[in-house]
Design a protein. Structure first.
Length: 134
C-alpha cells in the first residue's frame, strides 16, 4: 500500500498527502536554500519526526508497562551542514515534567524512546544532542 503522494506545486513547494487519512502537509524550501520558508522544509520534517517518533515509542512503552504518561513536549533544532548539504545535527529538548517518574523509570522510558525507528534509520549519520527535563 502506498504511504503518501507528493505533488510539486511550483516555487519550491510540495503538497504531501497521507493516503490512508487524506491529511496534507505542505513543504517549502528554507530561506537559506532559495525558498520562502513559509512551511516545514523536508529536512525540518526529518528532525521533527525524530522527536515525534521518540514520544510515540515512549507512549507505547508506557502503555505496555503501566507507566503514567501524561505529558511530553519537545523543542527541536535542526542544524544543517555543507559539502554536502545535509542535516548535520539535531538538538532535542524534551520536557517530561508532570509524569512523576522515578529516576529508574525515566531512564527506562528514555531508553525506549532513543531506540525509535527514526533514530535507528538515521543511525550515526546525524549527531543528536538531547536535554531531558523530568
Amino acid at each position: 500500500m502506498i504511504t503518501s503522494e507528493v505533488k510539486y506545486l511550483g516555487n519550491l513547494r510540495t503538497a504531501c498527502t497521507h493516503v490512508q487519512s487524506g491529511t496534507e502537509i505542505i513543504t517549502d524550501a528554507p530561506v537559506d536554500n532559495k525558498g520562502r520558508g513559509e512551511a516545514f522544509s523536508p529536512t525540518d520534517l526529518v528532525a521533527t519526526s525524530y522527536a515525534s517518533c521518540m514520544i510515540t515509542i515512549m507512549g507505547i512503552f508506557c502503555n505496555e508497562h503501566a507507566i503514567n504518561f501524561d505529558h511530553a513536549e519537545a523543542k527541536v533544532q535542526k542544524i544543517m551542514g555543507t559539502a554536502p548539504r545535509r542535516i548535520e545535527r539535531i538538538v532535542i529538548e524534551l520536557d517530561l515534567t508532570g509524569n512523576k517518574w522515578s529516576e529508574e523509570t525515566a531512564e527506562r522510558v528514555l531508553r525506549a524512546g532513543k531506540a525509535c525507528p527514526v533514530a535507528k534509520t538515521l543511525g550515526d549519520n546525524v549527531t543528536v544532542d538531547f536535554t531531558f527535563n523530568y
